[in-house]
Design a binder for this molecule. Sequence first.
Ligand SMILES: *[C@@H]1O[C@H](CO)[C@@H](O)[C@H](O)[C@H]1NC(C)=O
Ligand SMILES: *[C@@H]1O[C@H](CO)[C@@H](O)[C@H](O)[C@H]1NC(C)=O
Ligand SMILES: *[C@@H]1O[C@H](CO)[C@@H](O)[C@H](O)[C@H]1NC(C)=O
Length: 389
Amino acid sequence: MLAAGVLAGFSALSLLAYGYLSWGGAEPGSQPHLVFILADDQGFRDVGYHGSEIRTPALDRLAAEGVKLENYYVQPMCTPSRSQLITGKYQIHTGLQHSIIRPTQPNCLPLDNMTLPQKLKEVGYSTHMVGKWHLGFYRKECMPTQRGFDSFFGSLLGSGDYYTHYKCDSPGICGYDLYENDNAAWDHDNGIYSTQMYTQKVQQILQSHNPKKPIFLYIAYQAVHSPLQAPGKYFENYRSINNINRRRYAAMLACLDEAVHNVTLALKRYGYYDNSIIIYSSDNGGQPMAGGSNWPLRGSKGTYWEGGIRAVGFVHSPLLKNKGSVCKELVHITDWFPTLITLAEGRIDEDIQLDGYDIWETISEATFQITMEMTLNFSNSIVEAHIME
Ligand SMILES: *[C@@H]1O[C@H](CO)[C@@H](O)[C@H](O)[C@H]1NC(C)=O
Ligand SMILES: *[C@@H]1O[C@H](CO)[C@@H](O)[C@H](O)[C@H]1NC(C)=O
Ligand SMILES: *[C@@H]1O[C@H](CO)[C@@H](O)[C@H](O)[C@H]1NC(C)=O
């Protein structure tokens, strides 16, 4: 654990400071910057190191130098996965197991549940979200800025147009879905492709923030979810792919890969990188009808087959002890909540009743993970549980 590593460097005298360090206020600079990058609908096969024909050099390098999570599970779709990430609880405990939150549905993440950014703020983090929320917005209290984020720039729904940022629910019923904090970001109504636009925003946040103060950045790219749109230059290497959906998807993924590269460069340029932890994850499996591939896994997004819930994921950080390895232990998306709060030297109240576990030692030091099972969904009183070997 990071806190233990920090303490080990101190003399006996400084053990007196333990109470101070472990809770309340951390030693300046000791809390790592946390950067969570969530891709949308990226299939299990759709990363270079899983054998894809789509090149992802940035993701491949970050993963190769970090720890690849090769037994990593999420929910089969957007809202349930995102709710689990941000609460550390199964979707069956927050009422979000019934598909996604639709544009006209008056629902959102329960307001009485603590969120990851709220917990990180308690221990001094600046918290910024860029990208897709999709956890409800029917009341002001549901907005990202009310749920723990100091700033928000992104869309409240999913699958809007990548350039115009309009989302149509049914033909003729469309709305502008790009927000800066609580208001429509009309000044960004200028046709910039969202993967590039969000990356620019991340660069601005990193440039204006003081790297000596801990930051939590949640970057939830719209890519590579449909609609299948990408700037022309990213098609360059993929003209030979016959399936038009796959070709467009490849271009979108190439752009996403470049975006992650740019985020990493910005972390280095502005002085965050050495004390940062970058986590990369897809929110669910790929949709083959919209260009994605989960081969050799069966099923797709929206199903509880492996292809729906086993995701691309890795951790990259100079702070990892076990760089360049593969983690084959069961890791679940609910695990990030307790893991990140512990890394941040925050406190997990016993009454929160989390479903995830702190898995930092498993990832960073290759210890065995105690979790052997996870719950996927409850459906008509049949418990669909998945037991790992
Ligand atoms: C979180 O939400 C669930 C369901 O709404 C509720 O039972 C629980 O008490 C909430 N509060 C906390 C602090 O977890
Ligand atoms: C990455 O940065 C380069 C150089 O600034 C820029 O040309 C490119 O558009 C950026 N790509 C993305 C996806 O942000
Ligand atoms: C999970 O189960 C609920 C019923 O409890 C059902 O409405 C929902 O569609 C299921 N989720 C998925 C992704 O199949």
